[in-house]
Design a protein around this ligand. Structure first.
Ligand code: NAD
Length: 408
């Protein structure tokens, strides 16, 4: 993940004609913090957790990105994710650089009280290097609005004034924005609409397969179903279901559990690998990394692939799909709805004046449509796939800002 991100950043910088030093600056985060967080567990013992915060580049503005709680969090992954955040902010023209954080832990095995201790301990550990004008965290895998609320409260106590703009993804009552919970799926939906328009595909009746039925996948299924598309396949970590006549989305949404599992209710399941190769017009990987590889890329039937997940397609598979004429909308563009509404939340916190759900939706649509158009135009201008085009658009702002600041 880290290496392939560096490879595409280097290609993008070469296409734009920036000097070698620009790549040297952007190939690694500017700052990477490792912290140790002691937490008193429910059994009375103290457990020491390891956490990270990576700040990729702050030439454009403060860094911004989520905090992940997961047993497999590691330094390289956090670094790569912060680089992707820089690209997302560049593509959507948000006044930020990329940041990302993570703590090695398994929140599924921790009590509410232990999670609160860990969240507050993390903020105490990184409080010197984050803040509304330095680096603004947000939710990510296995973190939610409750965790953001604890973190905001801890930061406000340390600074001795209320600081809602320190973190985004908060509950609405604490300064969260309307539309934040569904923002990623809304952004993916807008990208699908734009891609379908480019390909002359009518969304009404189009066959859609979605891998993953968590926050991103389930809201996406809801939005696509509401727009008249036919969801013919979905999956979770346990397996997949497919029906060319369309699935009962309302039933699936009602029965999924809080970890996005629903296929265990069915007998006639297929594997995730089989699902990806099923007949459909639009395929949306919305689960985990490395799902479309050089092994299965030639068997993908969809003419549009939109990456809701981070890193679901390898670089080799991207080349194969592009050669086969598949329109691939890359993760750094397709999943940028979350950071876009996080930006809106921060703006509302800073001005102390809050927008309606409709206002947020209208502003977000404009950002994502403009971003899609910029990436699509760059892909045509430079005659490259949409992934490299997205990197070209995303890197340019950082490179320009660093040049004007006199860094490179
Ligand atoms: P989630 O944890 O809510 O759901 C993940 C889904 O993937 C679940 O249905 C789970 O069962 C399924 N899954 C897990 N392991 C799997 C496997 N091995 N094979 C198939 N399915 C598997 O996560 P989410 O928030 O929906 O995120 C999904 C993807 O979208 C991730 O790559 C995430 O980084 C990306 N993303 C999410 C957001 C967001 O705001 N939620 C924003 C940007 C990117």
């Amino acid at each position: 993940m880290f290496k392939s991100t560096q490879i595409v950043i280097e290609e993008a910088i070469q296409s734009l004609g920036y000097p070698e030093e620009t790549y040297e600056l952007l190939k690694e985060p500017m700052r990477m913090f490792t912290v140790r967080i002691p937490v008193r567990m429910d059994d009375g013992n103290i457990k020491i957790f390891t956490g990270y915060r990576s700040q990729h580049n702050d030439a454009v503005g403060p860094t911004k990105g989520g905090v992940r709680f997961h047993p497999e969090v590691n330094e390289k992954e956090v670094k790569a994710l912060s680089m992707w955040m820089s690209l997302k902010c560049g593509i959507t023209d948000l006044p930020y650089g990329g940041g990302k954080g993570g703590i090695i832990c398994d929140p599924r095995e921790m009590s509410f009280r232990e999670l609160e201790g860990l969240s507050r301990g993390y903020v105490r550990a990184i409080s010197q290097v984050v803040g509304p004008t330095k680096d603004i965290p947000a939710p990510d895998v296995f973190t939610n609005s409750q965790i953001m609320a604890w973190m905001m409260d801890e930061y406000s106590r340390i600074r001795e004034f209320d600081s809602p703009g320190f973190i985004t993804g908060k509950p609405v009552v604490l300064g969260g924005s309307h539309g934040r919970e569904t923002a990623t799926a809304s952004g993916v939906t807008i990208c699908i609409e734009e891609a379908a328009r480019k390909r002359g595909i009518q969304l009404e009746g189009a066959h859609v397969v979605i891998q993953g039925f968590g926050n991103a996948g389930s809201f996406l299924a809801k939005f696509m179903h509401e727009s008249g598309a036919k969801i013919v396949g979905i999956s979770d970590a346990q397996g997949a279901i497919y029906n060319s006549d369309g699935l009962d989305i309302e039933y699936l949404l009602d029965r999924r559990d809080s970890f996005g599992t629903v296929t265990n209710l069915f007998k006639n399941t297929i594997t995730n690998e089989e699902l990806l190769e099923k007949e459909c017009d639009i395929l949306v990987p919305a689960a985990i990394t490395n799902q479309i590889t050089m092994q299965n890329a030639k068997n993908i039937k969809a003419s549009i692939v939109v990456e809701a997940a981070n890193g679901p397609t390898t670089l080799e598979a991207t080349k194969i799909l592009t050669k086969r004429g598949v329109l691939l909308v890359p993760d750094v563009l397709a999943s940028s709805g979350g950071v876009t509404v996080s930006y809106f939340e921060w703006v509302q916190n800073n001005q102390g004046y809050y927008w309606t759900e409709e206002e947020v939706a209208t502003k977000m649509r404009k950002v994502i449509v403009d971003a899609f158009d910029k990436v699509h135009s760059a892909s045509q201008k430079h005659q490259v796939d949409m992934r490299l085009a997205a990197y070209i658009v995303g890197v340019r702002r950082m490179a320009e800002a660093a040049r004007f600041r006199g860094w490179v």
